[in-house]
Design a protein around this ligand. Structure first.
Ligand SMILES: O=C(CO)[C@H](O)[C@H](O)COP(=O)(O)O
Length: 275
């Protein structure tokens, strides 16, 4: 049975909402006081699910945004806004919720479709647990199979031409500076005053697929590509969230402890590092 574009869009929204409510139910414990809130359209439902718990549950909680959109969401929901810059050294968020553009079999993520990846990575890495919330379209065996727009890379504008050269040298055939939204001339400008380059690569291998950095067809492993991209002068941050499964330490944890997917049949699939 074929579905119209309108029915498909409705199904996607329902799936995001289902995943968000389930993730909040499972991972927002009453004793938590510091919660990270990511960016994007799925996170809207995360905030809705949290606000629905009511002030009795949320009044002692502070919510840490990953950019201007989530800051507005937190405030509009009547939740207490706090900033990651105010998190004392040695302290962590109890949990952070965020969406993703694509999630592979090992729970590596592509993020940054909404151009918020740098603050998103800082907030995720500041949390004891990072929980990913998404719809069925984001599930993919290998990064780059479903999300074809490329890996979002946040760059210093003056370095953009050199970064584009280097990306092509690394095998990205059509990297491009992300244009501004309709009505904005020139490039999109992030919450940090930087630009985004979207760099498509052939679908990425998981480290378990090969001992080498690249497969025989030239495809990069997630780790090797990420390690290379972050070293390009002018790159501030990359939209690959990767690393050892379930590793949750203050410095650099980027992978979720669980990813929640709203499925087309109305169920919620939960993937954890071991599943
Ligand atoms: O990384 C992000 C923003 O930078 C978002 O989490 C990602 O783009 C998913 O967004 P959505 O929930 O709208 O599909």
């Amino acid at each position: 049975m074929s579905t119209t574009a309108e029915e498909q869009a409705k199904l996607v929204e329902t799936s995001k909402r289902l995943a968000a409510y389930q993730a909040v139910k499972d991972h927002l414990l009453p004793e938590y006081t510091r919660i990270g809130i990511g960016s994007g359209s799925t996170v809207v439902y995360v905030v809705e699910a949290i606000a629905a718990l009511g002030p009795a549950a949320t009044s002692k909680m502070a919510f840490y945004p990953t950019g201007s959109q989530s800051e507005e969401l937190i405030e509009a929901a009547g939740l207490t806004l706090q900033y990651i810059s105010k998190l004392p050294a040695g302290q962590q968020l109890d949990v952070a919720f965020d969406g993703a553009d694509e999630v592979d079999d090992d729970l590596n993520l592509i993020k940054g479709g909404g151009a918020c990846l740098w603050q998103e990575k800082i907030v995720a890495a500041s949390a004891k647990q990072f929980v990913c919330v998404a719809d069925f379209r984001k599930l993919s065996p290998r990064l780059g199979m479903a999300w074809k727009k490329g890996i979002p890379i946040e760059v210093l504008p003056m370095a953009a031409p050199r970064v584009l050269d280097e990306l092509q040298r690394m095998g990205s055939q059509t990297p491009r500076i992300r244009p501004g939204l309709p009505g904005k001339a020139g490039a999109i400008v992030t919450d940090n005053g930087l630009w985004i380059i979207d760099a498509p690569f052939a679908p990425l291998l998981l480290p378990k697929d090969t001992e080498a950095d690249r497969g025989s067809d030239g495809a990069w492993t997630v780790d090797a590509l990420a390690d290379g991209l972050i070293k390009i002068p002018g790159v501030a941050e990359i939209g690959l969230f990767y690393g050892k499964n379930g590793l949750q330490v203050a410095s650099g944890a980027q992978k979720p402890v669980a990813a929640y997917f709203g499925m087309a049949d109305g169920s919620v699939e939960v993937k954890t590092p071991s599943s």
